[in-house]
Design a binder for this molecule. Structure first.
Ligand SMILES: [Zn+2]
Ligand SMILES: [Zn+2]
Length: 389
């Protein structure tokens, strides 16, 4: 009998928590990531994060930390519950997610696919197995309460602009991937769940004064913050600049267009070489190491210093016109203007011309393809730039 009442009351207690506000409501810190704030909330309640989630939320279980909470805050329902448990607004929470980069880094965030310059996590049994968040040991050390910053999820965040040192994405002691939600809840500091190393004690690797990295990475951050890239004195919306910046990273990394002095200098300073074509294992730019990212972004920004530096890079590497816009979903006007001088022909075949070429090929018994058409017209054609085959 007694047991019956006991289970009844604990049952209703569970729902009481699901309906109530958090007893302790922490203020989000400057540039804090949503997951970081949630973790702090859980620890402030002396609970481990999975237990905290299952106690306070409807329809969400403890596995929530095995998902990318910071992309959009899981979903509308989760954000709604967060609002009901605090005095904060929906916008406050969305501002702590990567969705807040919409209109600055990309037009719309893609929930189910990769997003430009965003490091994407992968989990196995709640443990991060892919490097998707970085930290600055000195930032961790100096804040009263350790927390994670939103921009540590971006691939160009390779150094701390405040402390002028490199960020980390793994444990300097044992190499384990940084997995923020895996820690002993009675230890306040971020530490390695495998060996216990406290990350604020990581050795500081300062950026060399001889490197152009600091000023160039700073420049990218300014563009992200202002939403504007100034090129040749003209403002360009950052959402139309970042995809083109990525294009130049691809030239440098995947296509081996590496004739540029700064690349040698920066590689020499860091004592690393970008891998040659044959032993490139990484399929996506987001998968590269912090130092590789640092070098690539530093050099790419140098290329976009001026029209002259861009043209020199294209000429020195003999990059053909088809490469310049290959794989770009939408070619912004400013870039189209910049590259059109490299096109042999200043015209593009009309739909009619392409249709007759297709007819011609078919007549000859040849299956038409964009590759064949590109060759015929001596310019790069694909389904975005021409008719359906
Ligand atoms: Zn720092
Ligand atoms: Zn470790």
């Amino acid at each position: 009998m007694g047991d019956y009442f006991k289970s009844q009351s604990s049952y209703s207690n569970t729902f009481k928590h699901k309906n109530s506000k958090f007893p302790i409501r922490l203020k989000p810190l400057k540039n804090e990531l949503l997951s970081s704030w949630l973790l702090r909330e859980a620890y402030a309640h002396y609970m481990n994060p999975p237990a905290f989630i299952s106690l306070y939320f409807y329809n969400f279980d403890r596995h929530i930390f095995h998902r990318d909470i910071d992309l959009v805050g899981i979903n509308e329902n989760f954000i709604k519950q967060l609002v009901s448990k605090t005095y904060y607004k929906k916008e406050d929470f969305l501002g702590m997610t990567l969705k807040s980069y919409e209109g600055y880094l990309f037009i719309n965030l893609n929930k189910s696919n990769r997003n430009l310059f965003i490091l994407q996590p992968r989990f196995r049994k709640g443990r991060a197995i892919k490097k998707a968040i970085r930290f600055c040991p000195l930032c961790l050390k100096e804040s009263k309460e350790q927390y994670l910053k939103k921009y540590w999820r971006l691939s160009f965040s390779t150094i701390c602009l405040k402390h002028k040192c490199f960020l980390y994405d793994n444990c300097p002691e044992c190499g384990e991937v940084f997995s923020p939600n895996k820690r002993k809840y009675d230890i306040k500091e971020y530490h390695c769940h495998k060996c216990g190393f406290s990350f604020s004690q990581s050795p500081i690797k300062y950026v060399s004064k001889l490197s152009s990295g600091f000023k160039n990475i700073q420049k990218i951050n300014e563009i992200l913050e202002s939403g504007v890239f100034i090129f040749e004195g003209k403002p360009i919306l950052s959402i139309f600049f970042f995809p083109i910046l990525k294009q130049v990273l691809r030239f440098l990394y995947f296509y081996n267009f590496r004739t540029i002095e700064l690349l040698n200098e920066e590689s020499h300073l860091l004592n690393i070489q970008l891998p040659e074509e044959k032993n490139k294992k990484k399929r996506f730019l987001e998968d590269l190491s912090i130092k590789e990212h640092y070098i690539l972004f530093t050099v790419a920004m140098e290329i976009f210093k001026s029209k002259d530096s861009f043209e020199k890079y294209i000429k020195d590497n003999k990059i053909g016109f088809p490469f310049l816009n290959r794989g770009i979903e939408y070619i912004p006007f400013w870039y189209d203007e910049l590259i059109k001088q490299f096109s042999n022909k200043h015209y593009f075949p009309t739909d009619e011309e392409i249709k007759s070429a297709v007819k011609y090929l078919k007549k000859k018994g040849i299956k038409p393809s964009y590759k064949k058409l590109s060759k015929m017209f001596d310019c790069y054609l694909d389904k975005r730039r021409t008719v359906e085959l």
